[in-house]
Design a protein around this ligand. Sequence first.
Ligand code: GDP
Length: 295
Amino acid sequence: MLDELTEKLEKALKKITGQGKITESNISETLREIRRVLLDADVNYKVAKDFIEKVKEKSLGQEVINSVTPGQLITKIIYDELVELLGNQSSELEVNPNGLTTIMLIGLQGSGKTTFSAKLAKYLKNKKQNVLLVAADVYRPAARSQLKILGSQINVPVFSIDESNDPVTISVESLKYAKENGLNTVIIDTAGRLHVDDEMMIEAAKIKERVKPTQTLFVVDSMTGQDAVNSAKAFHEKVDFDGVVLTKMDGDSRGGCILSIRAIVDRPVKFVSLGEKLDSLELFYPDRMASRILG
Ligand code: GDP
């Protein structure tokens, strides 16, 4: 994960960590190099620019120039700024203490939404929640059966109305079913399309309005770089969400989306998904991710 980004950052920082004494021009040169590395990793242009400016401001303080280990100090400044960029603290899933917790998942087709819904169900079941999965993706032909198979693998019931093509009705009915059957957590897998389109947004907004979810999570394929950030922006404007799930982090994601998304939509990353297996899910910790990135 993110190996290329880590390698290039290490290389850029090596030039400066080896030096006993550094000058303003050494610092500027290193930061220019790091900016290039970030842009190569597909980090949003403005996010990369702001990041470098912040690091530069801190690095040019006398403290760094006069330090005996200026390189290490700069590395520490970059680490701190990365943690900040990634959201500082981990952000747990919000639950409704007084009743039903409803989690609505939105995102493009193929983002890993259905897989994530089962992963989340397993994660919450392990936390002693009584979970219901809801098959509200009525457009992708295999989505309902895929969810039913996943549900049976983890012993979590799946609510579906096979004869209905109305995701709003399915979602609303699922809440009744959960209440009647003593379940306290509902995860709604909504439909995605291949590209951002108005119809999908209107439908997701309608479900949201009727269900009033405790949390809405936007699921996005981390391998899609700037496209991931653009779709996050579109969903944020049209439907809005409380947190982000980055999937396929086990692949060779260049890192751009991970570093840009929070700054662009101002919503925390809550989970990262690291494979097709149902237990390959991690809570997102900004400090751990920053350490991973810096190697
Ligand atoms: P949906 O259309 O958003 O519901 O996407 P799916 O859940 O069907 O996932 C699309 C494809 O991505 C499937 O082949 C999944 O097995 C795969 N997938 C989902 N999450 C991950 C992940 O974290 N890592 C990897 N490598 N593949 C994933």
